[in-house]
Design a protein around this ligand. Structure first.
Ligand code: UDX
Length: 441
């Protein structure tokens, strides 16, 4: 008989994992403690913008016409504890307020709530990104006969469905052959379709996730450091990245210079990793991440200075600044630690009249930065602007007509904070175009 699966926590990770497990043919019960979330999911709606996720939910959520009926949701821990053969814990681990360390309270309370109800013989699988050593501690919270495994998740926002159904790799940390066997059963389809399956111990499994994110953050900060040098030496970081990327050992991905990384993962994960290394007495091993973080934060300040220069070099007072982009990256409505909104907020605080437009991130941006100005279209955002900042590389922005925008803007001055626009196209329409780490003309 097919395994039954519960998924604890229905945020980005959990909602996607639950829908993907139903797609793979399992009976799935998703649990969350927030009633509004459960109600939305039961209608086949998602509380965030994630391409393909709502469709996948509607394909499987019980009660929706034509669905497989394999996916249900609940708020009842006893029901969840009695349902699953395998329980995936997918709650989030945000950065603690005012500290580098991550906040484990959601994970801890999920384990505390599940433990009294989980049936003997079940396997609990942690997917949340946690400080190394957490799995060992959490395993001891489970009752006799209930085992823990650790199975980090590497999905990217905007590609969550694809990354979950066709992962680059599946990593599991296990303490028994039985746990490995159960997880091989869960992931049989992606493995058959070519996803590598890596079996290891708890600490290594936990570390794969934090070290992968640290590597990605380092790669971005490396190219952004090169952008700083390119600017000083009049070089072109886009050409440099292209030439570097042809070396297989380096690879072309994650070498896009600009205003740097943000979002709910990379920034907080590298900080939590440093904090944990400190606790373990290995802080020296990760001091380079402090530099990775500071290069990244410097990018935002640099964009503010480029914008200041573009409006005359002095104060932003009385200057209109159009900001294209609010989400931390395209194809997402997530504005957590968004470099775009951070730049917009800094300019606003310095007296600039900022108008933001983003294809999907407007509601979240308004909630987080209610004092910024917002426009319903890119064209409206640039009306009368002294400078236009391109800060999130949505396709929609690449397709804008420089001529039409030029007629609306006060001045034809554009700063590309993502190195995603074609300088020639904009310059041909009379724009003063400047990109980060590239020659000025
Ligand atoms: C990341 C990891 O990629 C994923 O594996 C992990 O599970 C969660 O964290 P995500 O936060 O969704 O995923 O975004 P990602 O695509 O990695 O981008 C992170 C940030 O880096 C974005 O702000 C993006 O704009 C920036 N970035 C990315 C660059 O500035 N340059 C690049 O070349 C690539």
């Amino acid at each position: 008989m097919a395994l039954k699966i519960t998924v604890i926590g229905t945020g980005y990770l959990g909602a996607t994992h639950a829908a993907a497990m139903a797609e793979l043919g399992f009976e799935v019960l998703g649990l969350d403690v927030v009633p509004e979330k459960i109600e939305m999911l039961q209608r086949g709606e998602v509380p965030m913008y994630e391409p393909g996720l709502a469709e996948l939910l509607r394909k499987h959520v019980a009660g929706i016409e034509g669905s497989s009926g394999r996916l249900r949701f609940t708020m009842d821990w006893a029901e969840a504890g009695g349902f699953g053969d395998v329980h995936f814990v997918c709650v989030n681990t945000p950065q603690k307020h005012g500290e580098y360390a991550c906040d484990m309270s959601y994970v801890d309370s999920a384990f505390a709530s599940l433990a009294p109800h989980v049936t003997s013989g079940a396997l609990v699988v942690g997917k949340s990104t946690v400080p190394v050593g957490s799995a060992d501690r959490l395993a001891r919270l489970l009752p006799e006969g209930v085992e823990l495994a650790w199975n980090p998740e590497f999905l990217r926002e905007g590609f969550a469905v694809k990354d979950t159904l066709h992962p680059d790799r599946i990593v599991i940390g296990v303490r028994s052959e039985r746990a490995e066997k159960l997880l091989r059963e869960v992931y049989a389809t992606p493995v058959a379709e070519g996803s590598p399956f890596v079996v290891t111990d708890f600490p290594t499994a936990e570390l794969v996730k934090t070290s992968a994110n640290s590597f990605l953050a380092t790669k971005i900060s490396f190219i952004n450091a090169m952008a700083e040098v390119c600017e000083a030496a009049d070089g072109d970081v886009v050409k440099l990245a292209e030439a570097l990327g042809y070396d297989d050992r380096i690879g072309a991905k994650f070498l896009r210079a600009g205003i740097g990384f943000g979002g709910g993962c990379l920034p907080k994960d590298i900080r939590a990793f440093m904090a944990r290394a400190g606790e373990l007495g290995a802080d020296q091993a990760l001091t380079f991440l402090r530099e990775v973080d500071s290069i990244n934060m410097r990018r935002r300040g640099h964009m503010v200075e480029l914008a200041r220069e573009a409006v005359g070099g002095g104060s932003f007072l009385g200057k209109r600044v159009a900001v294209l982009g609010a989400a931390f990256k395209p194809d997402s409505d997530d504005v957590r630690d968004s470099p775009a909104l951070n730049v917009a907020g800094q300019i606003h605080l310095q007296g600039g009249q900022v108008t933001v437009y983003d294809p999907k991130g407007m509601d979240n941006a308004r909630r987080l930065f209610p004092t910024l100005g917002y426009a319903e279209t890119a064209l409206d955002a640039v009306r009368g602007a002294d400078v236009v900042l391109h800060l999130t590389e949505w396709r929609e922005f690449r397709e804008l007509d420089p001529e039409v925008l030029g007629e609306a803007a006060g001045r034809r001055v554009l700063l590309d904070g993502r190195n995603a626009l074609d300088p020639e196209r904009w310059r041909a329409a009379g724009w003063t175009f400047r990109a980060m780490g590239r020659p000025t003309a």
